[in-house]
Design a protein around this ligand. Structure first.
Ligand code: UD1
Ligand code: CA
Length: 434
């Protein structure tokens, strides 16, 4: 690890997102954008500072769910707005300081290592684009970078330039600290621009190295359109890794897999499936349009159109269509159709008939349903929890189970059937249309 400090700029409100939610908390593959810059930064440094301002408490609280070893500073945004203002007052621990943006969720540590160019005072990232719309333009004269001009400050001719500033820089910390106080806000946005440090370095005869970077990794997200575009790229990365590891993804473009999901062994994920949170799929087959959230599925098959909600654990289990589970520990169970299995533990060899419901909620508290081995649950059964069903039990179809059932018993609640000969004709003849 080449020692450097890293500053991540995340104070901006993100006006172009048109949202109350701070820009860097908008999610990509289930995690806030800022999560990804920090994750990559931690591969390179132990001195990471995130600059916040707009709704800083909200951002800090969210990020602290994932990381404990980073520093936060609050920008003096009122007096020093802008990307330059954001860096003022930070004390880097190391000789080099890498500045990242919190709105670049596709950044990769391996790309950031390329900024370690010896003897350069500033290494700045440059994009060669078809259109540089939205970016600061890099002004090059006789092959050398002269300065960066923001879109809002650019002349008609400068706007035509397609060489853009990607917004990531590695500075000599000493240069940065000496020159930040010299920044001014004489520009269209009345902000202190970090980009002005480039021209200052050149005027001081310092070595400036432009580093051409790839657009995909350095994409900035400023709008909901760019958010969606970045998520597609991120999803493709996640899915490619799983396919390389031996997982079959049918029609991968239709599948959504969040950051944090693991898939192991010989697993098949069919089209339209969503795998969410920290779900873990091991040697299992998840069929079309099923949703799995924060659950573990091992040696099982699920769906099509099943919903496995948080804290479910399925082992050697068959779950068919329109079955919903939640906090369900199912070991060697078959639940083929149309059931709700919540807050329950069900053991080996048990068959859950179509239409079975665990009535787990009494309006105030949640209660458990425990079902043992080799239980045959007839269709349309309701378990009014808490109930405990021992091994080798038969539950008659249509029963409402309100008490515990002992090993080997039949449990049946059913109104006695009644038949009246010819009643159909009698009923309708008395209701003749007038
Ligand atoms: C910036 C660059 C632009 C570059 C582009 C690349 C400047 C002046 N411009 O423009 O040359 O092409 O990035 O994506 O630097 N931020 C703060 N405090 C602030 C303002 C912004 O921390 O006062 C943070 C934002 O949260 C964001 C980052 O800095 O993470 C960039 O800010 P943004 O407003 O998106 O800058 P751009 O206009 O995209
Ligand atoms: Ca930006």
């Amino acid at each position: 690890m080449n020692q450097k400090s890293i500053i991540i700029l995340a104070a901006g409100q993100g006006t172009r997102m048109k949202s109350e939610l701070p820009k860097v908390l908008h999610k990509i593959s289930g995690k806030p954008m800022l999560y990804y810059s920090i994750k990559e930064a931690l591969k390179l440094s132990d001195d990471i500072t995130v600059v916040l301002y707009h709704q800083f408490e909200k951002v800090k609280t969210e990020i602290e769910k994932y990381f404990s070893n980073i520093n936060f500073v609050i920008q003096d945004h009122k007096n020093y707005p802008g990307t330059g203002g954001a860096v003022m007052g930070i004390k880097p621990k190391y000789e080099k300081t890498l500045v990242l943006n919190g709105d670049m969720p596709l950044i990769q540590a391996s790309e950031l290592e390329k900024f370690d160019i010896p003897n350069a005072t500033i290494v700045m990232s440059v994009l060669k684009l078809q259109s540089a719309d939205g970016y600061g333009r890099v002004i090059i004269e006789n092959g050398d970078v002269k300065k960066i001009v923001e879109q809002k400050d650019a002349t008609q001719n400068e706007l035509k330039i397609t060489t853009a500033n990607a917004g990531i820089y590695q500075f000599c910390s000493k240069f940065l600290l000496e020159n930040l106080p010299k920044l001014n806000n004489n520009n269209a946005q009345k902000e202190y621009y970090i980009t002005d440090l480039v021209e200052m370095a050149i005027n001081q005869g310092k070595v400036l190295k432009p580093l051409v970077v790839n657009e995909e990794n350095f994409k900035g997200v400023n709008s909901k359109v760019e958010l969606a575009d970045a998520e597609v790229i991120h999803q493709n990365r996640i899915k490619k890794e799983f396919m390389k590891a031996g997982v079959i993804l049918r029609l991968p473009d239709t599948i959504y897999i969040e950051e944090g999901v693991t898939i192991e062994g010989e697993s098949i994920i069919e089209n339209g499936v969503s795998l969410l949170g920290n779900s873990k799929i091991i040697n299992s087959h998840i069929k079309t349009n099923s949703v799995v959230e924060d659950s573990i599925i091992k040696d099982s098959d699920v769906g099509p159109m099943a919903r496995i909600r948080p804290d479910s654990e399925l082992n050697k289990t068959h779950i068919g269509n329109f079955v919903e589970t939640k906090k369900a520990k199912l070991n060697g169970v078959k639940a083929g159709h149309l059931s709700y299995l919540g807050d329950c533990v069900i053991d080996e060899g048990t068959n859950i008939g179509c239409g079975t419901i665990t009535c787990n909620y009494d309006g105030v508290n949640k209660h458990q349903t425990i079902i043992g081995k080799n239980v045959f649950v007839g269709s349309d059964t309701q378990f009014v929890a808490p109930v405990n069903i021992e091994d080798d039990v038969l539950i008659g179809a249509g029963s409402t189970v309100t008490g515990n059932v002992k090993k080997g018993e039949l449990y049946l609640t059913r109104a006695k059937a009644k038949t009246i000969d010819g009643y159909f004709y009698k009923h309708f003849s008395s209701k003749k249309k007038s």
